[in-house]
Design a binder for this molecule. Sequence first.
Ligand SMILES: Cc1ncc(COP(=O)(O)O)c(C=O)c1O
Length: 368
Amino acid sequence: MTNPATILAQSGRPERIQGNPVNPPVVFSSTYRNSGTAPGNIYARWDNETWNPFEKTLAALEGTDYPALVHASGMAAMTTALHAAPPGKIVAPRHSYHASLIVAQEMTEREGGQLVTVDIANTEEVVAALPGASAVLIESPTNPMLELADIPTIAKAAHEAGALVIVDNTFATPLGQQPFIMGADIVVHSATKYLAGHSDVVLGAVLANTEELHQRLWDYRTHTGAIAGPMEAWLALRGMRTLSLRFERITANAAELARRLSNHPLVEAVAHPSLPHHPNKERAPKGCGVLTVRPTGGAEAADRLVEATELWLPATSLGGVESSLERRRRFADEATTVPEDLLRLSTGIEDMEDLWEDLDRALTRSQA
Ligand SMILES: Cc1ncc(COP(=O)(O)O)c(C=O)c1O
């Protein structure tokens, strides 16, 4: 099984023997019968059979031999990933998901290190920041600015500088890009988004492609207890079964809406990696379900637009089957380099014409 669509449909199922169920069971147990005289599960914070099918499936998609390590959220997974690096300097995109920057800042300050933020699309600037770094965090596309990094070049330079390469692959998903092939040491996911895909689960995962790093991540998760509940892991695998279909439709909807919005008289700017003018588009993953729009009339018009939609859901988060949108600068800790009037749109799997009609109407209504 090497094709992602087949892995998604088939991996992590119980053994093919007569009478077995099609889906893995959910096991609710905090401890296991274990006297220490034979191998086997001991305690559910260490390992849990309901996590395993999800962990195995995600590892197959990302192309690593070591199972993913499911976490209570994407941020729990990110925290584990950042702690895998020795104390020191961390280089990160200035438009990383803002909570990742907050954790990196807090962690480096406490350890006497330093967080250096860069324009991740500017490879020269990133490479110049690497000497002395213990880790580089890469998001590509970035959230929410959709900048694209040259992951292989940055990874090579980071390794020469002795830094770990951590890639947050939430936006691209393993269907869009496989960071281990591009030189990553650690891959992080907010499974809350496209992987689980139905806005009904908060979950994260972190993966490594060496035994030593995998063990370090496992130790940190186990000792800090940033673990997921079995129900969440089960739901995420159930949601992930349809990822290839969802991601294809979501990407097609996003690309077509971006194309139409680029020609809309009430729109000042649109970004999506499929657009001809998108910078560094040769670095784009094979799909992207997020686009950004800056309507005419500034932040107030943007707020009115969000309110005026009838179909698009005014909500944070992304990657669900339902389309949603929000003005990112409504959050006080969003980077100030993100324009005040920028709306981040996450397309779902609805009919594209219905999505377009709703947006077009809301754009007209946004003009006071
Ligand atoms: C790129 C990215 N990474 C990490 C996270 C954090 O994930 P979670 O909300 O599951 O903790 C998010 C959440 O929006 C995100 O967009």
